[in-house]
Design a protein around this ligand. Sequence first.
Ligand SMILES: NC(=O)c1ccc[n+]([C@@H]2O[C@H](COP(=O)([O-])OP(=O)(O)OC[C@H]3O[C@@H](n4cnc5c(N)ncnc54)[C@H](OP(=O)(O)O)[C@@H]3O)[C@@H](O)[C@H]2O)c1
Length: 346
Amino acid sequence: MRRIRAVVYGAGSMGSIATRLMTDKGIEIVGAIARNPSKVGRDLGEFAGLGHRLNVPIEADAAHVLATSRPDVVLHATRSFLPEIQEQLALCVRNGANVVTLSEESLYPWYTSPIIAAELHTLAKQHGVTITGGGHQDAFWLGMVSTLMGAAHRIDSVYGKCTCNADDYGADIIQDNHVGETLEQFQKSISSESRPPTFGRNLLGVLAQASGLRPKEWKSEVSPVVADDDRPSQSIGVTFPKGTVVGFSDIDVLHTFEGITFTFEMSGYVYGSGESDVNKWVVRGEPDLYLDNTPVHGRTTTCTQWVNRIPDVINAPAGFVTLDQLPPLRYRPGPFHNYVSVGTLA
Ligand SMILES: NC(=O)c1ccc[n+]([C@@H]2O[C@H](COP(=O)([O-])OP(=O)(O)OC[C@H]3O[C@@H](n4cnc5c(N)ncnc54)[C@H](OP(=O)(O)O)[C@@H]3O)[C@@H](O)[C@H]2O)c1
């Protein structure tokens, strides 16, 4: 059987880490896409810090890369929301590629962008390929929490508290997290009608779906995280003074028809010294159940799970297939083509 052929769509912070992980697992990287002129033309292996060339140039013309390299799978990580990436995902699909995207909305887009999700689902079925949204949420917010819930006899409520360091990701994420805004600017941004849905909405949607629970009522609240000291950002090389907004917290609440209430508190901000990623969950019922993975290395676990899903996504039925429909995440030593259904990589 030949090796899996992959394209990195979004040669950024996550794409660089995934490049090393994929080469370690025997995946042949056949293309890379970014826009910035300082990246375009560089070799992906050198850009990703592998210390050697992969003979894969980073290119700006996504249509050309996908048409000429004919990947089995695209590792996609450009932007978070489906309206921004619909055309990118459609381009991959039209070129016969499966897609694993880090787009947070793609985790479960059926409540927040149902029309786009349905269009992509139809297109993916027509082309016989799969689109799945994954990343850090896979094990830490969905898989482990669903399993914990499966250990209960009765559940009254599920509460999750998670943090991520906005400084661990690319410059766009700094901006998306309102880092550097004054409180007045923050209030104006979040009261805008064009504010995108919270990531918690997608997460609670898939968590409920995984247990066959039906959403009844949603609520979201947002609040700024304000620096209580001068806060340096490594990713953009700026120090934000004390009193600046350095991120925000969303609290999403979902009441289900079955009487179970989910609450998810998600904070993304530039950390102060000594802070690390938090992942804590409490299931109240019979009996009460607890999960705490703190500290989690979210930057790394995003990419390990993104890459580890490649065989599952290639093997999955065609369409927009969410993580609750895939098998449980499993460790596989590699090479990854050994885990793909016979005949798929002929
Ligand atoms: N699900 C998860 O667990 C998880 C975790 C981390 C991040 N994410 C998401 O993954 C995405 C990427 O994160 P990151 O930290 O890797 O960001 P990043 O370092 O900014 O990288 C993003 C890459 O996408 C490219 N890009 C953006 N828009 C593009 C377009 N229209 N056409 C072609 N290329 C484009 C950028 O190219 P240029 O640099 O050339 O502009 C860059 O190479 C974000 O949406 C982030 O929220 C999800």
